[in-house]
Ligand binder design. Structure first.
Ligand SMILES: [Fe+2]
Ligand SMILES: [Fe+2]
Length: 328
């Protein structure tokens, strides 16, 4: 029998939400669910917690949301590492003119305490500006965190800079040569890619596009897409659609291993309206979903869990075998 090398917790879309100082809070279970998840994660003895983006909601500014996020982490007593990806909500207020995208990126770096973490940032980027980063070695594994750096409307823009894609391509090539296990964490899935949404007829319009309705090509979104096809052994984690584990759009193997992470704040269900697939946007309060994973030398076992009721979902367990001596 194989023994676990380490235990990993994976969350997404925590969505601490204090719209208008809490008068218009939409994700009403966000703080409760984060507290409950951290109790379980602590008891399960995870050495690393990954959050795949949208830690805050940021409809009217995120500073107090970030403070609450930090406070809940601190009060939980969890002492393992915590690493976050920058989602689209992290820069939402900039879209409404309340601040600039640069302000939001700086806020992300400040409140995730990125500069104090054992992560590495791109060469030449100052501590305050490198909002994408990587953990080079956690028991030999490598974790790359890509940022949705260019704004909130994920489906209407090229989401990555040239610099970020150059950086990611170089790192992935190097880790692959070294035969390392790679986790790539980037908040949003590609439209129609079949994780976090239907493959044939997607229900959610907000995923990453390769071009817009006018045929304008999103060059760096395409580079990102290529990476997910180029490295078949890579484990790619995304959230963003909030879709519930029970809708069974959680894992696909074509290209790299791709795993969808539901929203901890409250998941939404796939449904149909006027015959068309859509999300019901009910943000169910009856579960707080995510994954706990056992990482072994030769495989990773992701176990879907409802943190609210402390129940694993045995039917949503995904085992990713590692190819030995693989040459990609
Ligand atoms: Fe979200
Ligand atoms: Fe999102």
């Amino acid at each position: 029998m194989q023994t676990s090398v380490y235990r990993l917790a994976v969350l997404s879309d925590i969505h601490i939400d204090l719209e208008n100082g809490g008068k218009n809070t939409y994700f009403i279970h966000a703080e409760r669910n984060l507290r409950r998840a951290l109790e379980v994660i602590r008891a399960y003895d995870c050495s690393l917690l990954i959050s795949a983006g949208d830690q805050v909601t940021n409809a009217t500014g995120a500073e107090e949301e970030w403070r609450r996020y930090r406070q809940i982490l601190t009060e939980s007593g969890y002492t393992g590492q915590v690493l976050e990806a920058m989602g689209n909500h992290e820069s939402r207020y900039a879209q409404y003119g309340g601040c600039t995208i640069e302000d939001c990126r700086r806020e992300f770096v400040r409140f995730t305490r990125l500069a104090e973490k054992p992560v590495l940032r791109p060469k030449g980027a100052g501590d305050g500006t490198a909002y994408y980063a990587y953990l080079d070695d956690h028991f030999g594994d490598a974790f790359l965190f890509l940022a949705l750096e260019n704004g909130c409307n994920t489906n209407q823009i090229d989401n990555f800079s040239d610099e970020q894609m150059d950086w990611a391509e170089e790192l992935l090539a190097r880790y692959t040569r070294e035969g390392r296990r790679i986790f790539l964490i980037q908040h949003a899935p590609l439209y129609g890619d079949g994780v976090g949404d239907n493959r044939g007829e997607p229900a959610y319009e907000g995923s990453i596009r390769l071009s817009d309705a006018k045929g304008r090509v999103f060059k760096n979104n395409r580079r990102f897409h290529r990476l997910t096809r180029q490295y078949p052994e890579m484990i790619r984690l995304s959230g963003h659609t909030h879709v519930d584990l029970r809708d069974k759009v959680n894992y696909r193997r074509d290209g790299c291993h791709r795993l969808h992470i539901p929203s901890l704040a409250g998941s939404t269900r796939l449904t149909k309206r006027d015959g068309k697939p859509t999300l019901d946007r009910t943000f169910y309060g009856d579960a707080a979903q995510g994954y706990l994973a056992e990482v072994e030398e030769a495989r990773v076992i992701f176990r879907g869990i409802d943190f609210l009721h402390r129940r694993f979902y045995p039917e949503f367990t995904y085992t990713i075998e590692r190819k030995q001596n693989h040459l990609y």
